[in-house]
Design a protein around this ligand. Structure first.
Ligand SMILES: Cc1cc2nc3c(=O)[nH]c(=O)nc-3n(C[C@H](O)[C@H](O)[C@H](O)COP(=O)(O)O)c2cc1C
Length: 277
């Protein structure tokens, strides 16, 4: 087995294609083995490295070349602390060496329309969706480049649960919204590669077909459980759903999704320039 097919097996463990025979490279091997990091050493990434990573992020593809991503670095310690305090269950938000916020920025194009005297209406669903995707692509590009430079990162979408407070702290104007924060720093500890769903569930050929979902998820739950079982004390919402004898990924995600997050986000967006028409 090559290092690459080994990495694919570790990522999926589904006995699927191993990529054997295809030429790989350093980036491909890194992506296959990448992992989110939530604990960082005290070493601070240099400003020069951060500038480089921002340039990489802003080199990501952008819908229609509208370039609707913006990146905000939170340097001010009081602002960092104020944001961190909103999410005590995720202490890495307040203490990671670097914290960036990736913004969907539908405002810039709206303003350019005004500057050029054109009737731009960018608070539409299309404007929101395009700006969201641009910001997500920019963030993922930074993630991969940061990891290749030896940094560890953790995206932070929980900030949207307190979008009013976070936006007030960051002074976000209408038509600009946080897609996610990003913690960055040099990793402390190893972490682990998170097993992905079997490709029989997430890929299709010529025609969408999820007839194998139940079997695929069951198989995944058991394989994932054998690698990283979720401890009994981390079962969610036991008061409501009861203690599960077998608590796999799908039970955890179904319980998580049953407690819908993000209730504050739609009213925030509607109050800040988005009609979604
Ligand atoms: C858009 C997005 C938002 C996320 N938000 C959070 C978050 O708020 N807090 C957190 O600790 N991790 C967050 N994560 C990290 C995911 O939990 C992590 O990517 C997932 O468990 C898979 O692990 P892996 O990236 O190591 O493969 C987020 C990831 C993404 C892509």
């Amino acid at each position: 087995m090559s290092a690459r097919s080994d990495a694919i097996a570790r990522r999926f463990g589904d006995g699927g294609p191993s990529g054997e025979g295809a030429e790989d490279n350093d980036l491909i091997r890194r992506v296959l083995s990448r992992k989110t990091v939530r604990r960082y050493s005290e070493r601070m990434p240099t400003d020069e490295l951060l500038d480089l990573l921002v340039a990489c992020a802003l080199s990501a593809s952008a819908k229609s070349d509208f370039q609707q991503a913006s990146i905000l670095r939170v340097r001010d310690q009081e602002k960092r602390a104020a944001i961190g305090k909103l999410f005590p269950a995720m202490p890495w938000i307040g203490i990671a060496p670097v914290f960036l916020v990736f913004l969907g920025d539908a405002r810039r194009l709206q303003r350019i329309g005004e500057m050029r005297g054109k009737p731009v209406e960018n608070g539409t669903l299309e404007g929101f969706f395009n700006a969201s995707i641009d910001a997500a692509l920019a963030m993922q590009t930074m993630i991969l480049c940061a990891e290749s430079a030896g940094l560890g990162v953790c995206p932070i979408s929980v900030i949207r649960n307190e979008v009013d407070k976070v936006s007030a702290i960051l002074g976000l104007p209408d038509l600009v919204f946080p897609v996610a924060g990003l913690c960055l720093g040099y990793p402390q500890g190893e972490g682990y590669v998170s097993l992905r769903l079997p490709r029989g569930v997430t890929t299709h050929s010529d025609r969408y077909d999820d007839s194998g979902l139940a079997v695929g998820i069951d198989d995944y739950d058991h394989r994932r459980n054998a690698l990283h079982a979720i401890p009994r004390e981390q079962q969610r919402s036991n008061a409501e759903f009861g203690e599960a004898a077998f608590y796999g990924w799908s039970e955890d995600k179904a319980r998580q999704a049953a407690k819908a997050e993000g209730a504050a986000f739609p009213p925030y967006l509607r109050a800040h320039g988005f009609s979604f028409d």
